[in-house]
Design a protein around this ligand. Structure first.
Ligand code: BTN
Length: 311
């Protein structure tokens, strides 16, 4: 059983929810949790406020007949159903927080932080990441079996994992870490390093526009499928990420690099990349074995990070 941590705004309702999958009387619930009948009634009201539909019958008690699309409980169930325990050892759920990457900073590896909304979501290069309700905002804390020089590979691997899980939407990758649908950004990935050099910890933060409002020029999955479910997308992305991260850790980077190239929207395009003020422009011709983007103008240059524009 996952030790699910929930911040003070939402109590841990997991046990009550699993009890109410079947009919349970007020008396039974009161006994199980050591609370009064009145406190049971309050908990049921709270569940309803959280979006659960609870039926009540005189002799039988209470039973949940439907649950919200996205809650601490649904996240837990989604992750359990895909056996995420291999990588995700502990889940921290916040209805609202500043940034899941910030929350993840001091956590042990194996932590997974997810928020329904971020108040100061962080994008790359100090930008803001709009994080209204309806999107997916989560961060993995990983302790990879390799050094800091291979960190860009994790970000590229996460990109491949997300793009593959969104194959139905024909998602493509824009270097270094954007996922696009029909040329518009639907997901961003922000990897950050924490911990010491000997015990490197990487935070991989993923933001996916699902049903949330997005900035101009970006898109969300609901624009292509209004029925899209946050839980289903979460499951697919985490499943895919675990699979690809496993491959990366077992020395299969080359396979991932090939997949990145296949899914790439950038290779073959004319680009202008700003690397800390220095501009590289030319045709993107490949992703090198170490994860660097190869740009051809007068000769070939290789870059590892930067702000990339198509020209
Ligand atoms: C980008 O600029 O493309 C990267 C965006 C990364 C956003 C995600 S949302 C979850 C995690 N927490 C953050 O504050 N940022 C990342």
């Amino acid at each position: 059983m996952y030790p699910l941590k929930i911040d003070f705004e939402e109590e841990d309702f997991t046990e009550l929810v699993s009890l109410l999958r079947n009919w349970a009387s007020g008396e039974k619930i009161a006994k199980k949790f050591g609370i009064s009948r009145n406190a049971v009634w309050k908990k049921i009201q709270r569940l309803k406020e959280m979006g659960f539909e609870v039926e009540s019958k005189r002799r039988k008690g209470y039973k949940i007949v439907s649950q919200p699309d996205f809650s601490a409980i649904s996240i837990l169930e989604a992750l359990k159903s895909i056996n995420a325990e291999r990588i995700v050892k502990r889940i921290y759920y916040y209805p609202e927080t500043d940034s899941t990457n910030n929350r993840a900073r001091n956590l042990e590896s194996g932590s997974f932080v997810i928020a329904r909304r971020q108040l100061s979501g962080k994008g790359r290069l100090g930008r803001e990441w709009m994080s209204e309700k309806g999107g997916l905002y989560f961060s993995f804390v990983l302790e990879p079996p390799f050094g800091v020089e291979d960190v860009p590979k994790i970000t590229l691997t996460a990109g491949v994992a997300v793009a593959e899980s969104l194959a139905d939407f024909n998602a493509k990758l824009k270097w270094p870490n954007d996922v696009l649908i029909h040329g518009k950004k639907v997901c961003g990935i922000l990897s950050e390093i924490s911990g010491e050099v000997e015990r490197l910890k990487i935070i991989v933060g993923v933001g996916i526009n699902v049903k949330n409002p997005v900035p101009e020029g970006a898109t969300n999955l609901a624009a292509f499928n209004p029925e899209v479910s946050l839980n289903e997308v979460l499951k697919e992305v985490v499943r895919s990420f675990i699979d690809y991260y496993d491959r990366l850790c077992s020395g299969k980077w080359e396979e991932i690099r090939q997949r990145w190239i296949e899914l790439s929207d950038t290779i073959g395009k004319k680009v202008k990349v700003n690397v800390a003020g220095k501009i590289y422009s030319g045709k993107a011709i490949g992703l090198d074995v170490d994860g660097g983007l190869l740009i051809e103008s007068n000769g070939v240059e290789k870059i590892y990070s930067g702000d990339c524009f198509y020209i």
